[in-house]
Design a binder for this molecule. Structure first.
Ligand SMILES: Cc1ncc(COP(=O)(O)O)c(C=O)c1O
Length: 395
Protein backbone atom coordinates (compact mmCIF):
# COMPACT_ATOMS: atom_id res chain seq x y z
CA UNK A 1 0.00 0.00 0.00
CA UNK A 2 1.34 3.45 -0.84
CA UNK A 3 -0.19 6.54 0.73
CA UNK A 4 -0.38 9.63 -1.51
CA UNK A 5 2.33 12.26 -1.12
CA UNK A 6 -0.29 14.91 -0.33
CA UNK A 7 -1.13 12.94 2.80
CA UNK A 8 2.44 12.04 3.67
CA UNK A 9 3.49 15.67 3.36
CA UNK A 10 0.77 16.89 5.71
CA UNK A 11 2.03 18.12 9.07
CA UNK A 12 0.27 16.42 11.99
CA UNK A 13 -2.82 18.45 12.95
CA UNK A 14 -1.80 20.59 15.91
CA UNK A 15 -4.48 19.44 18.31
CA UNK A 16 -4.03 15.75 17.54
CA UNK A 17 -0.50 15.98 18.99
CA UNK A 18 -1.63 17.96 22.01
CA UNK A 19 -4.54 15.64 22.73
CA UNK A 20 -2.11 12.69 22.54
CA UNK A 21 0.24 14.28 25.08
CA UNK A 22 -2.64 15.00 27.46
CA UNK A 23 -3.92 11.40 27.11
CA UNK A 24 -0.45 9.98 27.87
CA UNK A 25 -0.19 11.96 31.09
CA UNK A 26 -3.73 11.07 32.13
CA UNK A 27 -2.93 7.38 31.51
CA UNK A 28 -0.05 7.75 33.97
CA UNK A 29 -2.57 8.98 36.54
CA UNK A 30 -1.44 12.60 36.37
CA UNK A 31 -4.04 15.34 36.54
CA UNK A 32 -3.68 17.78 33.68
CA UNK A 33 -5.29 21.21 33.45
CA UNK A 34 -5.75 22.16 29.83
CA UNK A 35 -5.98 25.69 28.46
CA UNK A 36 -5.50 24.22 24.98
CA UNK A 37 -8.51 23.86 22.72
CA UNK A 38 -11.15 26.53 22.08
CA UNK A 39 -14.07 24.22 22.64
CA UNK A 40 -16.78 25.85 24.81
CA UNK A 41 -17.21 23.98 28.10
CA UNK A 42 -20.68 25.50 28.66
CA UNK A 43 -23.46 23.25 27.26
CA UNK A 44 -25.54 24.16 24.21
CA UNK A 45 -28.51 26.24 25.48
CA UNK A 46 -31.50 24.05 26.34
CA UNK A 47 -33.99 25.64 23.88
CA UNK A 48 -31.66 24.61 21.04
CA UNK A 49 -31.28 21.05 22.33
CA UNK A 50 -35.05 20.76 22.81
CA UNK A 51 -35.59 21.66 19.15
CA UNK A 52 -32.91 19.15 18.08
CA UNK A 53 -34.57 16.33 20.07
CA UNK A 54 -37.98 17.18 18.67
CA UNK A 55 -36.65 17.27 15.09
CA UNK A 56 -34.81 13.97 15.60
CA UNK A 57 -38.19 12.30 16.29
CA UNK A 58 -39.56 13.29 12.89
CA UNK A 59 -38.93 10.58 10.26
CA UNK A 60 -38.73 13.27 7.56
CA UNK A 61 -35.41 14.21 9.14
CA UNK A 62 -34.02 10.68 8.97
CA UNK A 63 -33.42 10.93 5.24
CA UNK A 64 -30.65 12.45 3.10
CA UNK A 65 -30.57 16.22 3.42
CA UNK A 66 -29.97 18.58 0.47
CA UNK A 67 -26.39 19.88 0.01
CA UNK A 68 -27.51 23.48 0.23
CA UNK A 69 -29.51 22.95 3.40
CA UNK A 70 -33.14 23.62 4.28
CA UNK A 71 -34.48 26.84 2.72
CA UNK A 72 -35.67 27.80 6.23
CA UNK A 73 -32.09 27.53 7.50
CA UNK A 74 -30.75 29.70 4.69
CA UNK A 75 -33.50 32.23 5.50
CA UNK A 76 -32.59 32.09 9.19
CA UNK A 77 -28.92 32.77 8.38
CA UNK A 78 -29.85 35.69 6.10
CA UNK A 79 -32.18 37.07 8.79
CA UNK A 80 -29.47 36.81 11.43
CA UNK A 81 -26.98 38.69 9.23
CA UNK A 82 -29.58 41.40 8.63
CA UNK A 83 -30.37 41.82 12.33
CA UNK A 84 -26.82 41.52 13.60
CA UNK A 85 -24.86 43.41 10.93
CA UNK A 86 -27.45 45.15 8.74
CA UNK A 87 -26.21 43.05 5.80
CA UNK A 88 -28.82 41.77 3.35
CA UNK A 89 -28.22 38.44 1.65
CA UNK A 90 -30.07 36.46 -0.97
CA UNK A 91 -30.86 33.27 0.96
CA UNK A 92 -30.77 31.15 -2.22
CA UNK A 93 -27.61 32.45 -3.85
CA UNK A 94 -25.52 34.08 -1.15
CA UNK A 95 -25.87 31.66 1.77
CA UNK A 96 -24.62 28.09 2.13
CA UNK A 97 -24.82 26.05 5.35
CA UNK A 98 -21.71 23.99 6.13
CA UNK A 99 -20.81 20.96 8.23
CA UNK A 100 -18.94 23.41 10.48
CA UNK A 101 -16.87 26.29 9.14
CA UNK A 102 -13.79 24.04 9.01
CA UNK A 103 -15.35 21.88 6.33
CA UNK A 104 -16.03 24.84 4.02
CA UNK A 105 -12.64 26.43 4.73
CA UNK A 106 -10.91 23.23 3.69
CA UNK A 107 -13.03 22.69 0.60
CA UNK A 108 -13.02 26.22 -0.82
CA UNK A 109 -9.34 25.84 -1.70
CA UNK A 110 -10.43 23.33 -4.37
CA UNK A 111 -12.61 26.02 -5.95
CA UNK A 112 -9.75 28.47 -6.51
CA UNK A 113 -6.39 26.78 -6.21
CA UNK A 114 -4.89 24.88 -9.11
CA UNK A 115 -1.46 23.27 -8.65
CA UNK A 116 1.16 25.99 -8.23
CA UNK A 117 -1.34 28.78 -7.38
CA UNK A 118 -0.73 30.89 -4.31
CA UNK A 119 -3.06 31.61 -1.39
CA UNK A 120 -2.18 34.50 0.91
CA UNK A 121 -2.43 33.17 4.44
CA UNK A 122 -1.82 34.92 7.75
CA UNK A 123 0.96 33.68 10.04
CA UNK A 124 0.14 32.77 12.79
CA UNK A 125 -3.23 31.34 11.77
CA UNK A 126 -5.82 28.62 12.11
CA UNK A 127 -3.98 25.79 10.30
CA UNK A 128 -6.78 24.85 7.87
CA UNK A 129 -6.19 27.94 5.66
CA UNK A 130 -2.76 26.68 4.61
CA UNK A 131 -3.55 22.97 4.79
CA UNK A 132 -6.54 23.34 2.42
CA UNK A 133 -4.26 25.26 0.05
CA UNK A 134 -1.63 22.52 0.16
CA UNK A 135 -4.16 19.71 -0.34
CA UNK A 136 -5.31 21.47 -3.51
CA UNK A 137 -1.70 21.54 -4.74
CA UNK A 138 -1.21 25.23 -4.03
CA UNK A 139 1.39 27.15 -2.12
CA UNK A 140 0.62 29.33 0.91
CA UNK A 141 2.37 32.71 1.05
CA UNK A 142 2.54 33.70 4.70
CA UNK A 143 1.65 37.25 5.72
CA UNK A 144 3.19 37.96 9.13
CA UNK A 145 0.81 39.11 11.87
CA UNK A 146 2.91 41.09 14.31
CA UNK A 147 2.06 43.17 17.34
CA UNK A 148 3.56 46.38 15.83
CA UNK A 149 0.87 46.16 13.15
CA UNK A 150 -1.92 45.19 15.59
CA UNK A 151 -1.76 41.65 14.19
CA UNK A 152 -3.17 42.82 10.84
CA UNK A 153 -1.39 41.74 7.64
CA UNK A 154 0.72 44.39 5.89
CA UNK A 155 -0.84 44.03 2.44
CA UNK A 156 1.57 46.53 0.92
CA UNK A 157 4.52 44.28 1.81
CA UNK A 158 3.38 41.38 -0.42
CA UNK A 159 5.74 41.23 -3.42
CA UNK A 160 4.30 41.71 -6.92
CA UNK A 161 5.56 38.34 -8.17
CA UNK A 162 3.50 36.67 -5.41
CA UNK A 163 0.43 38.77 -6.17
CA UNK A 164 0.60 37.67 -9.80
CA UNK A 165 0.17 34.04 -8.75
CA UNK A 166 -2.17 34.66 -5.82
CA UNK A 167 -5.83 33.74 -6.14
CA UNK A 168 -7.12 33.74 -2.58
CA UNK A 169 -6.62 36.02 0.41
CA UNK A 170 -7.41 34.63 3.87
CA UNK A 171 -8.18 36.85 6.84
CA UNK A 172 -9.72 36.06 10.23
CA UNK A 173 -11.03 38.57 12.81
CA UNK A 174 -11.59 38.35 15.74
CA UNK A 175 -8.41 36.41 15.22
CA UNK A 176 -7.33 32.97 16.28
CA UNK A 177 -4.78 32.69 17.86
CA UNK A 178 -3.95 36.36 18.63
CA UNK A 179 -7.54 37.52 19.48
CA UNK A 180 -6.79 40.72 17.53
CA UNK A 181 -9.74 42.58 16.07
CA UNK A 182 -10.25 44.43 12.79
CA UNK A 183 -12.40 47.44 12.00
CA UNK A 184 -14.41 48.37 8.93
CA UNK A 185 -11.62 50.60 7.69
CA UNK A 186 -9.30 47.58 7.46
CA UNK A 187 -11.99 45.50 5.72
CA UNK A 188 -12.56 48.32 3.20
CA UNK A 189 -8.82 48.38 2.47
CA UNK A 190 -8.91 44.60 1.94
CA UNK A 191 -11.75 44.95 -0.59
CA UNK A 192 -9.87 47.66 -2.49
CA UNK A 193 -6.64 45.58 -2.47
CA UNK A 194 -8.46 42.42 -3.60
CA UNK A 195 -10.16 44.25 -6.45
CA UNK A 196 -6.84 45.73 -7.60
CA UNK A 197 -5.13 42.32 -7.62
CA UNK A 198 -8.08 40.15 -8.69
CA UNK A 199 -8.11 38.15 -5.49
CA UNK A 200 -11.01 36.30 -3.93
CA UNK A 201 -11.25 37.07 -0.21
CA UNK A 202 -12.21 34.54 2.44
CA UNK A 203 -12.89 36.08 5.82
CA UNK A 204 -13.27 33.61 8.66
CA UNK A 205 -15.41 35.03 11.47
CA UNK A 206 -16.44 32.28 13.90
CA UNK A 207 -15.63 34.47 16.94
CA UNK A 208 -17.71 37.52 16.00
CA UNK A 209 -20.17 36.88 18.84
CA UNK A 210 -17.58 36.27 21.56
CA UNK A 211 -16.74 39.82 22.65
CA UNK A 212 -16.14 41.73 25.84
CA UNK A 213 -16.45 45.12 27.52
CA UNK A 214 -19.40 46.05 25.27
CA UNK A 215 -17.38 45.69 22.05
CA UNK A 216 -19.28 44.37 18.99
CA UNK A 217 -17.13 42.96 16.16
CA UNK A 218 -18.02 43.97 12.60
CA UNK A 219 -18.57 41.66 9.63
CA UNK A 220 -16.41 41.73 6.50
CA UNK A 221 -19.73 41.80 4.62
CA UNK A 222 -20.36 45.30 5.99
CA UNK A 223 -17.47 46.62 3.90
CA UNK A 224 -18.66 48.36 0.73
CA UNK A 225 -18.54 45.97 -2.28
CA UNK A 226 -17.31 43.05 -0.12
CA UNK A 227 -19.87 40.84 -1.82
CA UNK A 228 -18.25 41.51 -5.20
CA UNK A 229 -15.02 39.80 -4.21
CA UNK A 230 -15.45 37.76 -1.07
CA UNK A 231 -17.22 35.49 1.35
CA UNK A 232 -17.39 35.21 5.11
CA UNK A 233 -17.25 31.89 6.92
CA UNK A 234 -19.19 31.68 10.14
CA UNK A 235 -20.13 29.08 12.65
CA UNK A 236 -22.59 28.22 15.37
CA UNK A 237 -19.78 26.46 17.24
CA UNK A 238 -18.53 29.30 19.40
CA UNK A 239 -21.62 31.58 19.41
CA UNK A 240 -23.99 28.90 20.72
CA UNK A 241 -21.60 26.28 22.16
CA UNK A 242 -22.38 23.91 19.31
CA UNK A 243 -18.92 22.63 18.35
CA UNK A 244 -20.09 19.02 18.65
CA UNK A 245 -23.09 19.43 16.35
CA UNK A 246 -20.98 20.55 13.39
CA UNK A 247 -22.82 23.38 11.76
CA UNK A 248 -21.62 26.60 10.20
CA UNK A 249 -22.16 28.71 7.10
CA UNK A 250 -20.57 30.76 4.38
CA UNK A 251 -22.18 33.90 3.01
CA UNK A 252 -21.37 36.48 0.35
CA UNK A 253 -20.31 36.34 -3.29
CA UNK A 254 -22.74 34.13 -5.21
CA UNK A 255 -20.15 32.86 -7.71
CA UNK A 256 -17.84 31.72 -4.90
CA UNK A 257 -20.76 30.12 -3.05
CA UNK A 258 -21.91 28.35 -6.20
CA UNK A 259 -18.40 26.95 -6.82
CA UNK A 260 -18.26 25.62 -3.25
CA UNK A 261 -21.74 24.13 -3.59
CA UNK A 262 -20.57 22.26 -6.71
CA UNK A 263 -17.57 20.79 -4.87
CA UNK A 264 -19.65 19.91 -1.81
CA UNK A 265 -22.49 18.31 -3.75
CA UNK A 266 -19.94 15.83 -5.08
CA UNK A 267 -18.38 15.10 -1.70
CA UNK A 268 -20.93 15.29 1.10
CA UNK A 269 -24.63 14.81 1.51
CA UNK A 270 -25.43 17.82 3.62
CA UNK A 271 -26.02 18.45 7.31
CA UNK A 272 -28.34 16.13 9.31
CA UNK A 273 -31.69 17.91 9.22
CA UNK A 274 -32.37 17.72 12.96
CA UNK A 275 -29.18 19.72 13.43
CA UNK A 276 -30.34 22.22 10.82
CA UNK A 277 -33.56 22.75 12.80
CA UNK A 278 -31.50 23.24 15.97
CA UNK A 279 -29.46 25.86 14.10
CA UNK A 280 -32.64 27.67 13.00
CA UNK A 281 -33.70 27.79 16.66
CA UNK A 282 -30.27 29.11 17.66
CA UNK A 283 -30.30 31.88 15.06
CA UNK A 284 -33.94 32.95 15.42
CA UNK A 285 -34.60 32.23 19.13
CA UNK A 286 -33.52 34.19 22.19
CA UNK A 287 -29.99 35.56 21.91
CA UNK A 288 -29.63 36.10 25.69
CA UNK A 289 -27.23 33.16 25.94
CA UNK A 290 -24.58 35.07 24.03
CA UNK A 291 -24.30 37.81 26.68
CA UNK A 292 -24.45 35.19 29.43
CA UNK A 293 -21.55 33.21 27.92
CA UNK A 294 -19.53 36.34 27.25
CA UNK A 295 -19.88 37.43 30.88
CA UNK A 296 -18.40 34.07 31.94
CA UNK A 297 -15.53 34.32 29.45
CA UNK A 298 -14.82 37.92 30.43
CA UNK A 299 -14.55 36.98 34.13
CA UNK A 300 -12.18 34.13 33.23
CA UNK A 301 -10.20 36.40 30.91
CA UNK A 302 -9.56 38.87 33.72
CA UNK A 303 -8.52 36.17 36.20
CA UNK A 304 -6.11 34.58 33.70
CA UNK A 305 -4.60 37.90 32.59
CA UNK A 306 -3.86 38.88 36.21
CA UNK A 307 -2.03 35.64 36.95
CA UNK A 308 -0.11 35.60 33.65
CA UNK A 309 1.15 39.14 34.12
CA UNK A 310 2.12 38.37 37.72
CA UNK A 311 4.38 35.49 36.59
CA UNK A 312 6.05 37.30 33.71
CA UNK A 313 3.90 36.07 30.82
CA UNK A 314 2.90 39.48 29.54
CA UNK A 315 -0.64 39.55 28.12
CA UNK A 316 -3.24 42.17 27.22
CA UNK A 317 -6.97 41.52 27.78
CA UNK A 318 -8.50 40.69 24.39
CA UNK A 319 -11.64 42.56 23.29
CA UNK A 320 -12.99 39.47 21.53
CA UNK A 321 -12.35 35.81 20.80
CA UNK A 322 -11.75 32.86 23.04
CA UNK A 323 -8.00 33.21 23.53
CA UNK A 324 -5.25 34.95 25.41
CA UNK A 325 -2.06 35.43 23.44
CA UNK A 326 0.66 35.71 26.06
CA UNK A 327 4.32 36.56 25.53
CA UNK A 328 6.82 33.96 26.67
CA UNK A 329 9.42 35.20 29.15
CA UNK A 330 12.96 35.89 27.98
CA UNK A 331 15.11 32.81 27.59
CA UNK A 332 12.25 30.54 26.49
CA UNK A 333 10.92 29.48 23.13
CA UNK A 334 7.17 28.89 22.99
CA UNK A 335 7.78 25.12 22.87
CA UNK A 336 10.19 25.29 25.87
CA UNK A 337 7.60 27.16 27.88
CA UNK A 338 4.71 24.86 26.93
CA UNK A 339 6.87 21.81 27.72
CA UNK A 340 7.99 23.17 31.10
CA UNK A 341 4.44 24.09 32.09
CA UNK A 342 3.22 20.61 31.19
CA UNK A 343 6.08 18.75 32.85
CA UNK A 344 6.46 20.90 35.95
CA UNK A 345 2.87 21.79 36.82
CA UNK A 346 0.66 19.72 34.49
CA UNK A 347 -0.75 22.77 32.68
CA UNK A 348 -1.33 22.65 28.93
CA UNK A 349 -0.93 25.78 26.80
CA UNK A 350 -0.34 25.86 23.05
CA UNK A 351 3.06 27.01 21.79
CA UNK A 352 2.49 29.92 19.41
CA UNK A 353 4.90 28.49 16.86
CA UNK A 354 2.32 25.73 16.24
CA UNK A 355 0.29 28.40 14.39
CA UNK A 356 3.23 29.54 12.25
CA UNK A 357 6.71 30.99 12.46
CA UNK A 358 5.44 34.39 13.62
CA UNK A 359 3.65 32.75 16.54
CA UNK A 360 7.05 32.16 18.11
CA UNK A 361 7.45 34.13 21.32
CA UNK A 362 3.83 33.53 22.39
CA UNK A 363 1.64 30.87 23.91
CA UNK A 364 -2.14 30.62 23.53
CA UNK A 365 -4.52 30.00 26.42
CA UNK A 366 -8.21 29.30 25.86
CA UNK A 367 -11.03 30.72 27.99
CA UNK A 368 -13.11 27.56 27.58
CA UNK A 369 -11.94 25.93 30.78
CA UNK A 370 -14.57 25.09 33.43
CA UNK A 371 -14.32 27.20 36.59
CA UNK A 372 -13.02 24.38 38.85
CA UNK A 373 -10.24 23.55 36.39
CA UNK A 374 -9.53 27.23 35.95
CA UNK A 375 -9.00 27.77 39.69
CA UNK A 376 -6.64 24.78 39.81
CA UNK A 377 -4.78 25.90 36.68
CA UNK A 378 -4.37 29.44 37.94
CA UNK A 379 -3.06 28.35 41.31
CA UNK A 380 -0.55 26.06 39.56
CA UNK A 381 0.52 28.88 37.25
CA UNK A 382 0.89 31.28 40.17
CA UNK A 383 3.09 28.68 41.92
CA UNK A 384 5.17 28.10 38.78
CA UNK A 385 6.82 31.44 39.46
CA UNK A 386 8.58 29.91 42.47
CA UNK A 387 9.62 26.79 40.54
CA UNK A 388 11.13 29.08 37.90
CA UNK A 389 12.98 31.08 40.54
CA UNK A 390 14.41 27.87 42.01
CA UNK A 391 15.57 26.79 38.53
CA UNK A 392 17.25 30.13 37.98
CA UNK A 393 18.94 29.94 41.38
CA UNK A 394 20.30 26.47 40.60
CA UNK A 395 21.76 27.57 37.21
C1 LIG B 1 -10.43 30.55 13.09
C2 LIG B 1 -11.30 29.36 13.13
N1 LIG B 1 -12.05 29.05 12.07
C3 LIG B 1 -12.85 27.98 12.06
C4 LIG B 1 -12.93 27.15 13.15
C5 LIG B 1 -13.82 25.93 13.09
O1 LIG B 1 -15.14 26.21 13.25
P1 LIG B 1 -16.23 25.05 13.15
O2 LIG B 1 -16.34 24.42 14.49
O3 LIG B 1 -17.46 25.73 12.69
O4 LIG B 1 -15.73 24.07 12.13
C6 LIG B 1 -12.17 27.41 14.28
C7 LIG B 1 -12.21 26.50 15.43
O5 LIG B 1 -11.49 26.58 16.37
C8 LIG B 1 -11.33 28.55 14.27
O6 LIG B 1 -10.58 28.85 15.31
Amino acid sequence: MRIAKRVENLPPYLFVEITKKIAERKARGEEVVSFAIGDPDIPTPSHIIDRLCQAAQDPANHRYPETDGLPELRQAIAGWYERRFGVSLDADKEVLPLIGAKEGIGHIAFCFIDPGDVALVPDPAYPVFSIGTMLAGGVPYYMPLVEENDFLPDLGAIPDYILEKAKLLWINYPNNPTSAIADLDFFNRVVEFAQRHELAVCHDAPYSEVAFDGYQPVSFMQAGRAKEIGVEFHSLSKSYNMTGWRIGMVVGNSEMIDALKRIKSNLDSGIPQAIQYAAIEALTGSQDCIQEHNAIYQRRRDLIIDVLNSIGLEAKPPKAGLYIWAKVPEGYTSVDLATDLLEEIGVVVIPGVGYGKNGEGYVRLSLTIPDAGLAKGLSRLAGWHNIRREHKAKK
